[in-house]
Design a protein around this ligand. Structure first.
Ligand SMILES: *[C@@H]1O[C@H](CO)[C@@H](O)[C@H](O)[C@H]1NC(C)=O
Length: 466
């Protein structure tokens, strides 16, 4: 479960440092979202921004590259501070270079986009309505989050992800004086994998000790990682889906090094890299989600996630993360666990403990504080991330195939989907599935019950246990 093993897979010749470039105006694609109350939903004009890592990073004088392929230019980047002073992040050509388009409330992310360079994947963040410089902060305790997704064009090995990361509202500008670009240029990313492929962390380049990736011509990794609590609402393709809280010790973005990043010691990291996942297939219901299945991935669907608190208010602790689907006007409760010793169709601390035990998995989720710690980030506010990616670390097998590969696929918890054990190799999917895409739309949030109509149990034969 490298749940978000974000091997940075974009490429691009260069991105300008943590200074803000002016060669190309940064224009965020508009995206409407809805905020709801018990009396209805209101449309808001927001926008999205692409992450800084994907951008051209160039010298402030002369526009030569500060980063090319998967290496920093050591002339302008002798160390992290100098690099931040010398280099600028440039505005993005969203559709032409990155294959990102929006229309109304819909965002489409294409997988491979060929131009002067070949772009692979992208990662975008939701900006606050009306703002060019601040991310939308979602504080969803005792609330629900709903979106529509079309995964029909996402085969094995790809991941169209929608999730929350505990990033700073301004992308880290206030915290680091050397970050002059901020949220407007998509800075400040972090997640529970403590990724080390991030080119700038806390306003300094991660150029020290940067090593080009052995199997990704656009990525590498530095000495530092960028850790923070992550709530995976949706990691999915047309075959499998999982939702997964990943708590971390520490609040907001923490720059790690060594074992704190999990280097050589996955379970010594500041974050729970495994998370507590609910993947219907892995939990034993292999007929629930997929092409032609109960939730038919050939068609668009609505995904609802509720953050239930201990006291029924926004001040309580997080006690449950509940999932529903709506398709063709029918509401479906999440599938029930069919694993011996694990009951329920929802994420609670009890579910997580039972699941880890049944699968023989490590207990990092509980060790990092479980749902209560996850709930702290939900209350502090998290940034909405929408991305499309392939996996240079584990071929996405943790999502849609038997994993780990050395275990018996029939052992509990090993099989996560019907994709083969040799699927998902980046060099294969990037050529054979280059035209893959994911479309997210109709993003809404508000109090429990405000964003979708839950049909009363029994009102339709298709309604499943809620
Ligand atoms: C590195 O930066 C220097 C100074 O701007 C420049 O002259 C050189 O061409 C750059 N190297 C590459 C490979 O871009």
């Amino acid at each position: 479960m490298l749940t978000a093993a974000f091997a940075f897979s974009a490429l691009l010749v260069s991105a300008r440092a943590q200074l803000a470039g002016t060669l190309k105006t940064e224009t965020h694609p508009s995206l409407t979202v809805s905020t709801c109350t018990s009396s209805g939903c209101r449309t808001q004009a927001a926008s999205i921004v692409i992450d800084a890592n994907w951008r051209w990073l160039h010298n402030k004088v002369g526009y030569t590259n500060c980063y090319t392929g998967n290496e920093f230019n050591t002339t302008v980047c002798p160390d992290g501070k100098a690099c931040a002073q010398n280099c600028m992040l440039e505005g993005a050509d969203y559709s032409g270079v990155y294959g990102i388009t929006t229309s109304g409330n819909s965002l489409k992310l294409n997988f491979v986009t060929k131009g002067e360079n070949t772009n692979v994947g992208s990662r975008t963040y939701l900006m606050a309505p009306g703002s060019q410089t601040k991310y939308q902060m979602l504080k969803l305790m005792n609330q629900e989050f709903t979106f529509d997704v079309d995964v029909s064009n996402l085969p094995c090995g790809l991941n169209g992800a929608l999730y929350f990361s505990e990033m700073a509202e301004d992308g880290g500008m206030a915290k680091s004086a050397t970050n002059k670009a901020g949220a407007k240029f998509g800075t400040g990313y972090c997640d529970a994998q403590c990724p080390r492929d991030i080119k700038f962390i806390n306003g300094e380049a991660n150029s020290v000790g940067w090593e080009p990736s052995a199997n990704d011509k656009n990525a590498g990794g530095g000495k530092y990682g960028s850790c923070c609590t992550e709530m995976d609402i949706w990691e999915a393709n047309s075959i499998s889906t999982a939702y997964t809280p990943h708590p971390c010790s520490g609040s907001g973005l923490v720059r790690c090094e060594g074992t704190d990043c999990g280097i050589g010691a996955r379970y010594s990291a500041l974050c729970d890299a495994d998370g507590c996942d609910f993947n219907s297939y892995r939990m034993g219901d292999t007929e629930f989600y997929g092409p032609g299945k109960t939730i038919d991935t050939n068609k668009k669907m609505t995904v609802v996630t509720q953050f239930i608190s201990t006291d029924g208010t926004a001040n309580g602790d997080l006690k449950e993360i509940k999932r529903f689907y709506v398709q063709n006007g029918v509401t479906f409760a999440n599938s029930q666990s069919m694993i011996e010793g694990v009951s329920g169709n929802s994420i609670t601390d009890e579910f997580c403990t039972a699941q880890k035990s049944a699968f023989g998995d490590m207990t990092a989720f509980t060790d990092k504080g479980g749902l209560k710690t996850m709930g702290k980030a939900i209350k502090n506010g998290m940034v909405l991330v929408m991305s499309i990616w392939d996996d240079h670390t584990a071929n996405m097998l943790w999502l849609n195939s038997p994993y780990p590969p050395d275990k018996d696929p029939s052992a509990p918890g090993v099989s996560r989907g019907s994709c083969s054990a040799d699927s998902g190799k980046p060099e294969v999917v990037e050529s054979e599935s280059a035209s893959a895409s994911v479309t997210f739309s109709n993003v809404k949030w508000g109090p429990i019950g405000s964003t979708f109509k839950a049909l009363a149990a029994g009102s339709t034969g298709k309604f499943r246990k809620m």
